[in-house]
Design a protein around this ligand. Structure first.
Ligand code: NI
Length: 190
């Protein structure tokens, strides 16, 4: 069975996640299961808090959007304990969505160039400069490890305008076509 994606309103999405101290077969299995859950829900990135685990682990496969964003071609990787260094201050706004916020898409300002350091599933260190939409995906997913979501970057007015949608997610009054887990307070069961 596919891992369910935890939805907005669940407290696990608002906690700061802990670094991984080592990798093992369980972590490698978790990475494979996270890729499965991501593909099932047609996402291009998934962070461990979104499957209920507060550890610093992210999976990304950006290839499906490479027709629009060439820098995403063939970019599939798991990031353990990722660290972002901002290389350019100017922010550009583009629409983002999130598997934990089904049905919501908002323009989010982010920088276009970052330096990323991470460990792969064998705990081998990597460092790379990343740009464009791939840099956006990485920033979005790494936000999850800090307990942040993309709606934290939008204006108070925009947030007011989507309040009804947010309440529907929190209370479980939506239908989602991939396995999900609602907040413990939702009227609808898990
Ligand atoms: Ni997300």
């Amino acid at each position: 069975m596919k891992l369910p994606v935890y939805l907005y309103g669940h407290p696990v999405l608002r906690k700061v996640s802990e670094p991984l101290l080592a990798t093992d077969d369980d972590i490698k299995k978790l990475i494979a299961d996270m890729f499965d859950a991501m593909y099932e829900s047609e996402g291009v990135g998934l962070a461990a808090p979104q499957i209920g685990r507060n550890i610093r682990l992210v999976v990304i496969d950006a290839d499906p959007v490479s027709d629009t964003f060439a820098e995403c071609a063939g970019r599939k990787f798991a990031l353990i304990n990722p660290e972002i260094e901002i290389l350019e201050g100017e922010k550009i706004s583009r629409p983002e969505g999130c598997l934990s916020l089904p049905g919501i898409s908002e323009n989010v300002p982010r920088v276009e160039h970052i330096r990323l350091r991470w460990l792969d599933e064998d705990f081998k260190p990597h460092e790379e400069e990343i740009s464009g939409f791939l840099a956006r995906i990485v920033q979005h997913e790494c936000d999850h490890l800090e307990g942040k979501m993309f709606i934290d970057h939008i204006s108070a007015i925009r947030k007011q305008l989507i309040k009804g949608k947010l309440n529907s997610i929190v209370s479980g009054r939506i239908n989602v076509d991939y396995p999900v887990r609602f907040a413990p307070t939702a009227k609808r069961g898990r």
